[in-house]
Design a protein around this ligand. Structure first.
Ligand code: PLP
Length: 472
């Protein structure tokens, strides 16, 4: 007779999914369960246009586990409830944020990643995946023109990549115990920069926001003036953050000029390319980011445009030894790393999943041509829509990428807030989801045109609906 060991969850009756699969043989129950779960997912993915970008109803499933575990059937029903209440990035009208439809190879890689359950903390827990992460960071670094000493680490999102970049910058400036350090960024830089400085124990005054010009790019003149002021009062700026793709309009700061200035002034040059960084990969779009190769560190978020499933962000550094010298405390309970350092010594995270798998497989699926097609397609959609919008009725703000924001002419702050609220609702009723943002004192609607399912007929309809939101 077989008695389960104390503490081993009892494998229950028929219909019940075993908590852990047999290590000796293929488990048909797991296989059936995964097939059923993926079939439900495929149905969900394939029913976007019947559902709309936002669900009509979002029901919170029962949260607490029941005393007896749920059957396989019940678990699938639980999953279905969550799916039915989810945002649908694959709907052609899902244009609100930087959340494109998931790339197919990336979905499969995410599932495999869960099954492998390797840990990027240390090489002995992820032998092939640790190397894969190192190599993919090198590949990215090379493509964007960083020197051969460059490398990087994956992070769960751009906010974390930006935080780690600034921690490295401060350490390299020898200011890690100094509360007087300051950082320069444009007024349009992402909020994660201010958040990073807070987390680093620096006061709100440590972030100097430089004005942006008509094109949404940082003003070099204002930057030079600010550096002069710092010099006169003996302040030392430990990093300049340039944005390659601002959150509201996708503007790109003048990277080449900023890079040169930082080299001259010996200031760490960080490029937040969470949105625009991937455009540096294809030769054809790389000129948009001219000068990115001068960066000391770069954040890229393949989750935002390429459809790599969330989360997928990389922090790349021109000298990869800077990651180790900043974050390594040693891992005395692990075998030594085979490469430069363990994955857990290159950044803030310890245990982490192998996010690199879905990035790697996704890029392999797309190929260079597919990457270019996606990026160019996104820009073309923005150009098409921009040309359609009536500039005698709307003020438009955009940049060279795939983001555009607009607001009716001649409205003040209050009126633009009202319009954007109402217009967003009207559009949602017609299955177009745009986002509202406040920019330089007025409210705008923003469209992010990275969704490959959005066709010209959808943009024509959107433009038509927008015109109807205006008073004659
Ligand atoms: C320019 C920019 N940087 C950083 C981030 C933060 O990235 P994440 O949301 O992955 O943390 C965003 C998010 O939208 C962004 O627009």
């Amino acid at each position: 007779m077989h008695f389960p060991l104390a503490g081993t969850p009892q494998i229950c009756q028929v219909e019940c999914l075993p908590p852990f699969v047999s290590p000796d043989q293929l488990d048909p129950q797991l296989q059936t369960f995964l097939e059923e779960a993926t079939s439900r997912l495929c149905n969900w993915l394939g029913s976007a246009t019947q559902r709309g970008p936002l669900p009509a109803l979002s029901v919170l499933p029962e949260v607490a586990p029941s005393f007896e575990g749920r059957s396989a059937e019940n678990l699938l029903e639980d999953l279905q409830l969550v799916m039915d209440g989810s945002y649908h990035p694959s709907h052609p009208g899902a244009l609100a944020h930087l959340d494109p439809p998931p790339l197919t190879a990336s979905i499969a890689a995410d599932l495999i990643c869960a099954g492998l359950n390797n840990n990027l903390l240390a090489e002995e827990l992820s032998p092939s995946l640790s190397r894969l992460e190192r190599e993919i960071c090198r590949w990215f670094s090379e493509r964007i023109g960083l020197p051969k000493e460059s490398g990087g680490v994956a992070a769960s999102g751009g906010s974390l990549s930006n935080l780690m970049a600034l921690v490295v910058a401060r350490k390299q400036a020898g200011k890690e115990f100094d509360q007087t350090g300051v950082v320069l960024a444009s007024e349009d830089a992402h909020v994660s920069i201010a958040k990073a400085l807070n987390v680093m124990g620096l006061s709100g005054d440590s972030l100097y926001k430089l004005p942006t010009n008509q094109e949404g790019k940082v003003s070099i003149e204002a930057l030079k003036d600010q550096l002069e002021t710092f010099r006169s009062v003996g302040k030392k700026c430990f990093a300049l953050v340039a944005t390659a793709g601002t959150t509201v309009r996708g503007a790109i700061d003048p990277l080449a000029a900023l890079g040169e200035l930082c080299t001259r002034e010996e200031i760490w040059f960080h490029v937040d390319g969470a949105i625009g960084g991937v455009f540096a990969i294809p030769q054809k779009t790389a000129p948009l980011l001219e000068g990115i190769s001068k960066a000391n560190s770069v954040t890229v978020n393949p989750q935002k445009v390429l459809g790599i499933t969330k989360t997928s962000s990389l922090l790349l550094v021109a000298d990869r030894t800077h990651l180790v010298s900043t974050f390594s405390t040693g891992l005395p309970y692990m075998e030594p790393a085979w490469g430069d350092a363990h994955g857990g010594e290159l950044g803030l995270q310890g245990t982490r999943s192998a996010e690199v798998l879905k990035l790697w497989l996704g890029l392999r699926q797309l190929g260079d041509k597919g990457i270019l097609d996606l990026l160019e397609g996104a820009i073309e959609r923005r150009c098409y829509f921009q040309n359609k919008l009536d500039t005698s009725r709307f003020d438009l703000i955009s940049g060279p990428l795939h983001l555009i924001a607009f607001t009716p002419k001649c409205l003040d702050e209050h009126e633009s807030a009202e319009w954007s609220l109402l217009a967003r609702k009207t559009l949602l009723d017609k299955q177009f989801m745009l986002s509202r943002c406040r920019y330089k004192g007025r409210h705008y609607l923003k469209a992010v045109l990275g969704n490959p399912h959005t066709q010209t007929m959808h943009l024509d309809k959107l433009e038509n609906l927008l015109n109807k939101t205006l008073k004659n």
